[in-house]
Design a protein around this ligand. Sequence first.
Ligand code: SF4
Ligand code: SF4
Length: 78
Amino acid sequence: MSISNPSRKMKFKVLIDESLCKGCALCVYICNKLGGKVLKESNKRTLLGGTLPILNGECLGCRMCERYCPEFSITVEE
Ligand code: SF4
Ligand code: SF4
């Protein structure tokens, strides 16, 4: 059994592999719908002409973006 300690504030890093990301913005949609509302579309384009996501705020670590990314190009680390 794992017990979470609410007093321990964890920091998460969101890593995006730009060579794999197609810029579909699904992670942005999911983060804003179900996550911490911190992923946004940037001005930077992917190789396929989509928009690269960027983090704008503190990630909650819910990993919804990681789970839904069709290209496995986004990873969340503690
Ligand atoms: S869901 Fe994946 S492929 Fe789509 S924009 Fe996000 S990181 Fe890129
Ligand atoms: S882990 Fe959750 S809060 Fe963090 S960027 Fe992904 S969807 Fe957003």
